[in-house]
Design a binder for this molecule. Structure first.
Ligand SMILES: [Fe+2]
Length: 130
């Protein structure tokens, strides 16, 4: 099943929306991996890409939030930091477990985290960005 970005995920900032769509695309690459059962090398590559892009995206978002004097800035940054740690942990799990079940679990985790983070947390600052 393709994981789709729709306007309900919009946060009133084009750059952040574009980056969120890119994160959706990377998570879809992971789904393609699951369907095609590609090698472990690819999975590591996708998770490393996810980690690098999430880091870039969070930096962009945090910068915008700081400039907007967002009062929940620190709390929001903490969510980002723990997610980054989780991706690194997941990548290590894939490397040591080398099985499809782990990959499916990680895919589900990334999908759930991103959608609930956008809909529960990012929407809170979206009013500031009007
Ligand atoms: Fe965020």
């Amino acid at each position: 099943m393709e994981f789709k970005w729709t306007t309900k995920y919009s946060v009133n900032n084009e750059l952040i929306d574009v980056q969120h769509r890119m994160l959706f695309a990377i998570i879809n690459d992971l789904n393609t991996y699951i369907i095609n059962g590609q090698g472990l090398e690819n999975i590591e590559e996708i998770l490393n890409k996810m980690s690098a892009y999430a880091t870039l995206h969070f930096r962009t978002e945090e910068d915008i939030l700081l400039k907007s004097n967002y009062t929940e800035y620190q709390k929001h940054k903490d969510y980002h930091d723990s997610f980054k740690k989780q991706i690194l942990k997941s990548t290590q799990e894939v490397i040591s477990n080398k099985n499809e079940k782990t990959v499916i679990e990680i895919h589900r985790f990334l999908m759930n985290w991103l959608t609930s983070h956008i809909l529960d947390e990012d929407v809170k600052y979206s009013e500031l960005l009007n």
